[in-house]
Every structure is written in C-alpha cells, then in structure tokens.
Design a protein around this ligand. Structure first.
Ligand SMILES: C[S@@+](CC[C@H](N)C(=O)[O-])C[C@H]1O[C@@H](n2cnc3c(N)ncnc32)[C@H](O)[C@@H]1O
Length: 456
C-alpha cells in the first residue's frame, strides 16, 4: 500500500463512507496501462494483425487498449512511427466526451504532453483547426513532439497563458477542453510523487486556479459551443464545486448529461455547496469501478450569445525563392501536393491548418505541418513531413521490417547500403513511415533526428 497523506485518507473516508474500503483496496492493486491507436496512421484491423503485444479493449474509448505492464510498447518501432500514444486509460474518456468533429475549431487549453490533443486531432481526421496550448515552456516541447510523431497537421501549438489567448480568440471556438492542472489525487498510484505536493491548502489553490482558466475558456467559446472540464483528482472542491461556481458565474452555461457506462459514475450533488442536482450529469471515473485511475469530466454548453470573432486568417509570407525551392523538392520527390497556406519562420516552412487564424504576437511553437528548411539553394524536408506522409505519397521509399535488424540501425542513426541513388526517400517499418534518408551513390544517409535516435 502506498504511504498516502493522512489528511487525504481521512477526507476520503468521510466522503466515501461505505465505499472507502473498496476504494482504498485499489491502492494494493497494479495500475492499468493503456495505449490508444492513432487512426491517422493505421486501422485497428491492420494494427491488431501485426502488433506483437497482447491487447485488451478499454470499454469507454473506441481506440483504447490495455497492455500488460511488462511489455514496454514505448520501445517498439511502431511507437516511433506514431501508430499509438501511451495514455492512462481513464484519461481516454475525456476526448470521447468532447467528441470533436472533422472541420471544427477546437481548443485544448492545457494540453501537454498531448494525450488529449493527439486524440482530438485523430477524431477530427486532421481537418479543421486545433489549437493545442501549454503554459509551461518545457512541457510544450513534449506536446509539440507528440503532435509531430502522430503525423498531426491541423494543429497550432502555442506556449501561452489562457488570458492572452482569451484576448485573441473571443467567441471563436466550437469546442474547448480544459483538462485543468489539479492536485492529482487520482494519479497517486500511477505517479506517487504527486503525493508530496498534496495538502488541503494545495487543493484549494488548485480550485482557485481552475476558476481563472475556465473564465478564459468561457470568453473563447462561441454561442452553442461546448466546454469540457476535466481533472485527474477526487476532491469535490476541484470538481463538483468548481463546476458549480462556474455555472453560478455564467447562467448562460448549462450542463449536458454524459452517458454513464462500463462503471462510470455520476458526480455527486451532495458534494456541491447548493445541492445542485444537475451535477449528476458529470462523470466520475473511480479506480474501484473502472480499470483505470481517477478522473472527473463535466460537459457544458454556452446557450447565450457570444462575442463575434473578428480576427484575421493567417496569410502566406513565403518569398518566391522559398516557394520555388519547396516546389522543386515536391515535384522531384513527392506524389503529394501541399494545398495549404505555406508560412515561413525565417527559412523554415510550415503548411498551416485550414483557415488558421493570424497568430502574430503569440508564442507559437509549431504552426501546423513543418515541411522543412530552405538551405542554400536546396530544400531539406523535416521529420514531421515524413511522419505525415505514407509511402504512396513519395516517389521512393525503403521498406524495413520489424523482424530484421536494419530498422534498429536506422533508428540508431547509421547509414545503410541500398545500391540506389534516389535522393530523398521515405524510410518505413512494415509500411509505416519512420523518417527520411537520402540515397546517394548506393548509400542511405540517415536523417532520423539526432534527439530521437536510440542508443542500443
Ligand atoms: C492535467 S495536465 C494536461 C494533460 C494533457 N491534457 C494531456 O492529456 O496530456 C494540466 C496542464 O495544465 C498546465 N497548467 C498549469 N498551470 C496552468 C495555468 N495557469 N493555465 C493553463 N495551464 C496550466 C500544466 O503545465 C499541465 O501541462
């Protein structure tokens, strides 16, 4: 049993009463491990026919699977190829509730490391516009890398405060997710370090912060828009009471019922300050009811009028020479044609998401798909482009296989003899893109990014 904070134990005993015993018993059990398939890269049928690790379905997420603790799917080359995202199973339920659709404008306000953003982009089928924001400069890097690995192209990754975004995007979004920073009580089993920060005072501080973040989200939601609020904590102060307070501040926000199935429980009216009956529309995932950690989810709709967004759409700023270099590369090596607005950050070119709003003055980490860099009179494709393409999109590819050692050599950054001279080629593992190589005089020069290379 974990050495749980005494005040936490006492509080949960009072809250849960008869249920306290089965709840605390889960701390003697192994946590569940989950991965979620990336529909942008593979079908479930194809993936399950080749993946060597036995999987069991997560009942409340259409692409979610449990895997055995010892199996290490993070080390498999299919992970490098972005076929799945390793995600705590209960966390997979949140994006299902948000239910983003292709073509929508969606904001994930507290997004790193990107579990829910990558799920949202998959559900949008890489169309529409997703703004994935993370306030912490270090954590935003992990978010950006995951967006790249999963081959996501419809997403602008930013490193902003909710308040700064709210100034720019009033009344803009169809759907917003606030997966709020919280006291993390639901993750003690998965991440025991979270226990050292826990105190009653910390719970209250988190609750205050959540209210501020929700205010910013409210401003950015259009009329009829959907706001999903989630945490990975049990405390009523950060869940039922946060939602209750937010609804009191905004009478034009109403709770929508979340369908409860496979052990998912309703939020508790008796844990609100005003005995708010509609709070039972919210959902709680408890470790003694579902195979996963603790989560809370609320779904709300803005029924009142909203500020009309009057911003501008981002325009292309590439020079003729930059465009020429890119198009020469595209014509020579790809069957794929970029039909998006191309944007340049110095010599780095990006294909913006559809109808991407102007982002001047914002801290942008990744504006859509990183096509590559214009170097002296040539264009060098970026790793992100490789991960967004399939072997049918390129003129030449090299097919490595997971049961032959060459893929390991490629991931280590070694050169490979190929006997060909095709220039830029897409390197694949079992048909899934892994990265670029450049074939010159019979040898493949390795362009797998140095920071991602494996050591053994
Ligand atoms: C629960 S985590 C998000 C997990 C993420 N949605 C996922 O699925 O991978 C909450 C995030 O909120 C960020 N955060 C912390 N303080 C914040 C604030 N004041 N405003 C917005 N985000 C904040 C944290 O850095 C953290 O990355």
């Amino acid at each position: 049993m974990l050495n749980l904070p005494g005040d936490f134990v006492a509080k949960m005993k009072t809250l849960l009463q008869d249920e306290a015993e089965p709840f605390f018993a889960t701390y003697n059990e192994e946590k569940a491990n989950g991965l979620r398939l990336n529909p942008l890269k593979t079908s479930e049928e194809r993936f399950l026919s080749v993946f060597p690790i036995p999987l069991e379905r997560v009942p409340f997420c259409s692409n979610g699977f449990y895997y055995p603790a010892e199996s290490q799917p993070g080390k498999h080359p299919y992970h490098m190829a972005g076929l799945y995202y390793i995600q705590e199973p209960s966390a997979m339920f949140v994006a299902e509730v948000l239910n983003p659709e292709p073509g929508e404008k969606v904001l994930d306000l507290c997004a790193a490391p990107g579990g829910k953003s990558t799920q949202i982009a998959g559900m949008m089928n890489n169309t529409g516009f997703l703004l994935a924001n993370e306030i912490h400069p270090k954590r935003v890097k992990a978010l950006s890398e995951n967006i790249e690995r999963l081959g996501i192209t419809n997403t602008l990754v930013t490193n902003e405060t909710p308040e700064r975004l709210a100034e720019r995007f009033q009344g803009y979004f169809d759907k917003i997710l606030v997966d709020a920073p919280c006291s993390g009580e639901g993750m003690f089993r998965k991440d025991p370090e979270a226990m050292q920060y826990w105190s009653c005072d910390h719970v209250q501080k988190c609750a205050n912060g959540q209210q501020h973040i929700l205010e910013a989200a409210y401003a950015m939601l259009k009329e009829g828009g959907i706001l999903v609020y989630s945490t990975c904590t049990f405390s009523p102060e950060e869940n039922e009471q946060t939602v209750e307070q937010f609804l009191q501040n905004h009478p034009d926000m109403v709770l929508l019922p979340i369908e409860k199935h496979h052990g998912i429980q309703p939020g508790k009216a008796e844990w609100t300050k005003t005995n708010l009956q509609e709070i039972s529309y919210t959902a709680r995932l408890w470790p003694h009811y579902v195979k996963g950690e603790g989560h809370f989810v609320a779904k709300m709709k803005k029924i009142g009028p909203a500020h009309e967004w009057k911003g501008k759409i981002a325009a292309s700023n590439v020079t003729k020479q930059q465009l020429r270099e890119y198009q020469t590369f595209e014509k020579e090596f790809l069957h794929w044609k970029c039909d998006k607005t191309i944007y340049a950050f110095e010599q780095h070119l990006f294909a913006l998401p559809d109808e991407c709003p102007n982002f001047d003055g914002l801290k942008v980490v990744r504006p859509g798909l990183h096509l590559g860099e214009v170097k002296k009179n040539r264009f060098e494709p970026n790793h992100a482009l490789a991960l967004s393409l399939t072997r049918n999109d390129v003129k030449a590819s090299i097919g490595l296989h997971v049961n032959e050692p060459d893929y390991i050599k490629y991931l280590r950054g070694e050169t490979l003899p190929t006997g060909n001279d095709n220039g830029w080629v897409l390197v694949t593992v079992d048909g899934y893109s892994l990265g670029w190589g450049k074939e010159v005089k019979g040898t493949l020069k390795n362009y797998y990014p140095k920071g991602l290379r494996i050591l053994s």
